[in-house]
Design a protein around this ligand. Structure first.
Ligand code: C2E
Ligand code: CA
Ligand code: CA
Length: 402
């Protein structure tokens, strides 16, 4: 088998001799012979500290120090290898544990239930090899410094990209979300993960960056406005930006300058933004509402405060986070969250956008549960305004020609 890599060191952590033994045999079968063992968490930590371990099979339930302690330790040392959980527990518990381990930013490949079978081990190892290959091919996310960001702002590299939102009932593009990009050259585009969190570390920087992105977006929109009538434009607003009491008035001035109706602007606030100082946030949201802007809860379902806030603030929309949409076909819990969010929003007369719609199965499911608007790669990736306008016109032509 070509996937075997004799140089890689595997560690099996389990208190049961028979489990370690079986696993070792399974691995030997697929030519992984460089295997060490540990009988509990304490032994495992010692092995990990003293060796360059690549792959760890780790039992959860062990005496002395258990698997959770090993995961915590791996998170603490920033372990870069792969982890596979083994447990006699039911699948549900294993999958919650995998989620926990992801919080430690570990590369959890999956889990195996006891008794361990050769087929499952083989499949997981094959998965390690493909995920290692994609990781090797995908460059790590670079994080820009404040100076880099300022430089890109100065030279005009900060651009607005747009992603369509599809009205599932009319099949028309009903909105565009503005997503920031730094375009260095035709072949080098920097994504928000590399600069938004970095910019958010400084109040001044995120505030001025946001203003640049919004002006870029509104300028592009107004130049193409003849094709964009009746469409909403969603802007991502960080909590830090909302801290500036003048921000709503600034926004109002620019939309008036660009002659875009306030009703067509949706301010997306993440749930984490909403947990900032309550009265400040509420006041700012009410200012935006009084100026006739629309407000939306972004990443709905990922924070804690949103349901209470839906009660006290007149939100116009919720955006269900893509983590619940991407796997709604296979994951019962994601599906329940998605269904209940839509049900609740409908009862409150609020519209719902599902992001992360990547295929027709997801789309059909959303239609079946009454979701209004879908956004995702199925329709279009975020892009510059020209191809997006083309896409909008193409969808209109398709509808008109029946
Ligand atoms: P977000 O607001 O949740 O935006 C949606 C993200 O999901 C975008 O990532 C988009 O490209 C991605 N996405 C859309 N459809 C799909 C799909 O079908 N499948 C998958 N897997 N992903 C999809 P992007 O553009 O990389 O932006 C990441 C985050 O950066 C945004 O998440 C938002 O929180 C932040 N961001 C982007 N632009 C701005 C901005 O101008 N200001 C602020 N404050 N944050 C921004
Ligand atoms: Ca958003
Ligand atoms: Ca999201």
């Amino acid at each position: 088998m070509e996937m075997a890599d004799g140089n890689r060191l595997l560690l099996i952590v389990d208190d049961q001799d028979v489990v370690r033994h079986t696993l070792k045999l399974c691995l030997k079968n697929i030519e992984y012979e460089n295997v060490v063992e540990a009988r509990d968490g304490r032994e495992a930590k010692k092995v990990i500290a003293e060796n360059d371990v690549d792959i760890i099979f780790c039992d959860l339930n062990m005496p002395v120090e258990d698997g959770f302690e090993v995961l915590r330790y791996l998170g603490e040392i920033g372990f870069k290898g792969s982890v596979i959980l083994i447990s006699g527990e039911e699948e549900e518990l294993l999958s919650s544990s995998s989620n926990l381990a992801r919080l430690y930013q570990l590369d959890i490949l999956g889990s195996v239930q006891k008794p361990v079978s050769a087929g499952v081990v083989k499949k997981l190892i094959a998965q390690i090899e493909t995920s290692r290959l994609t990781r090797l091919n995908a460059p790590p996310v670079p994080v820009l410094s404040a100076n880099d960001i300022l430089h890109h702002m100065d030279v005009g590299n900060v651009k607005a990209f747009f992603q369509p939102q599809m009205d599932l009932a009319t099949r028309r593009v009903s909105g565009l979300e503005v997503l920031a990009r730094i375009v260095v050259s035709d072949s080098e585009v920097i994504y928000p993960d590399s600069f938004i969190p970095a910019a958010e570390k400084s109040l001044d920087l995120i505030q001025s960056l946001t203003k640049v992105i919004i002006k870029e977006a509104l300028s592009e929109i107004s130049q193409n406005y003849q094709f964009l009538q009746g469409i909403t434009f969603a802007l991502n607003i960080s909590a830090k930006v909302l801290e500036d009491p003048q921000f709503p008035y600034w926004l109002n001035e620019v939309v008036v300058d660009y002659k875009i109706p306030q009703e067509n602007i949706i301010c997306e606030l993440t749930e984490t933004a909403l947990t900032h100082e309550q009265t400040t946030v509420d006041t700012q949201l009410l200012r935006l509402k009084i100026l006739r802007f629309k407000i939306s809860i972004d990443d709905f379902g990922t924070g804690y405060s949103s349901i209470a806030q839906l009660h006290s603030i007149p939100f116009d929309e919720i955006k269900v986070d893509k983590r619940f949409v991407l796997d709604c076909i296979s994951n019962l819990k994601s599906r329940a969250i998605l269904e209940q969010s839509i049900c609740m929003a409908k009862a409150m007369g609020i519209s719902v956008v599902a992001e992360g719609v990547e295929n027709r199965d997801i789309e059909n499911f959303l239609i079946s549960i009454g979701c209004h608007i879908a956004q995702g790669f199925l329709y279009s990736r975020p892009d510059t305004i020209e191809p997006i306008v083309k896409y909008i016109r193409w969808t209109q032509n398709m509808l008109e020609s029946g």
